[in-house]
Design a protein around this ligand. Structure first.
Ligand SMILES: [Zn+2]
Length: 113
């Protein structure tokens, strides 16, 4: 499901582009997408391609909606103020500090392995 702020990101991901927002005024990078910069409050920004890798900081295993599904929190390598969440697709359990690589899903989201 997309909303005003995430629609552009979902569109980029659907095209295979791994992007985050970057403020046009102060260069602060941000994710998830939002209307204005939390640092300078500027409403001007552009999509900034970044390396689709990060470091696993934590994870949970779902026992309610998709039992057995592991969801990881990944801090992006080239934008360390940004974290993304997604399903963990590797065969082995994640570990803190492990490098994760983005996987583009068919429904325009990001998972990790
Ligand atoms: Zn800014």
């Amino acid at each position: 499901m997309s909303d005003r702020d995430s629609a552009g990101w979902r569109s980029a991901v659907a095209n295979g582009d791994f992007v985050i927002q970057q403020c046009s005024t102060c260069d602060t990078r941000r994710f998830p997408p939002r209307e204005f910069c939390s640092v300078c409050h500027s409403r001007t920004w552009q999509w900034q391609p970044v390396e689709p890798t990060g470091t696993i900081e934590s994870w949970i295993v779902d026992h309610t909606f998709a039992p057995g599904t592991t969801i990881v929190m990944v801090r992006l390598t080239n934008a360390p103020t940004c974290v993304m969440y997604g399903r963990w697709l590797a065969e082995t359990a994640p570990s803190a500090g492990q490098t994760a690589h983005a996987v583009f899903t068919d429904d325009a989201l990001i998972d990790w392995h």
